[in-house]
Ligand binder design. Sequence first.
Ligand code: FES
Length: 184
Amino acid sequence: MNSVPTQTETEEREMIEAIEAMLPRFAKHRSALIPILQAVQQEHGYLSGGAMERVAEYLEISPSEVYGVATFYNQFRFHPPGRHQIKVCLGTACHVAGGDIILENFERKLGIRAGETTPDREYSVERVACVGCCALAPVAIVDGTVLGHMQPSRVEGLFVQFQVEREREEREKAEREPGGEQDA
Ligand code: FES
């Protein structure tokens, strides 16, 4: 119920343990760097600082080199993904159609910048390159659904919808928890 700012220490520890287990599958050579980072992200959804340091140690290269490579490719995330993942297209057509204004609306509404996640892990926002629906510009992809012709008012509407869903989920959870045990 409380919006405590994440349990990143536990997560970080778990991530590092999982990395320890996975590293022997990869050659101890810098050519393995990207495949390792991809594997970590695929399993955990993002790359933490500690994870990158451990990878650097394994490959015997500097953490700044790992970080430099990871930030060069925009496929890597450095924050855990939110429960609701919001992506805003800033490809040319979307940019011309005001995609940056849509992104700014999401950022302002959530109090985070693109590439970040809210402290309660509910939302993450990121910018993406053309997703191939230019005729619908400006486009946002919310939890995997493409939303075309975005406008600031639709951003507001989305959050109303999220709020309604959240309240419904909490109600259902509360109904299930106190008395209604399910005997499978
Ligand atoms: S530029 Fe946004 S979908 Fe193509």
